[in-house]
Design a protein around this ligand. Sequence first.
Ligand SMILES: [Zn+2]
Length: 104
Amino acid sequence: MMEAPRAWEGWSRGALWVLCDYPVLTMGRRLVARTMGWVVIQYHPVTGPTEDHELHHVKQCMLWGPFIIIAYPLASLWAYLKGGDAYSDNWFEKAARRAAGQEV
Ligand SMILES: [Zn+2]
């Protein structure tokens, strides 16, 4: 499997880093960063485990290709139907947290 680009390699590896300074709410949470395919949008500078988390999402996008557009919401729906949280219990999020050494 190809290695995901690191943040500091930025533009040359296809990762676009957009720095914004406003709160964005999604599912009741304040976003720090969001990954969409090869694009990682940062609402605040992201380093360390959070950066690793987002880069794992890049790997997931590489692995799943366009199917992630369906798979991610289905994983949220599945987590919700099982009585969990649509975000934090989403399989993709749990895998990214595990890969980044964050609390699962
Ligand atoms: Zn995530």
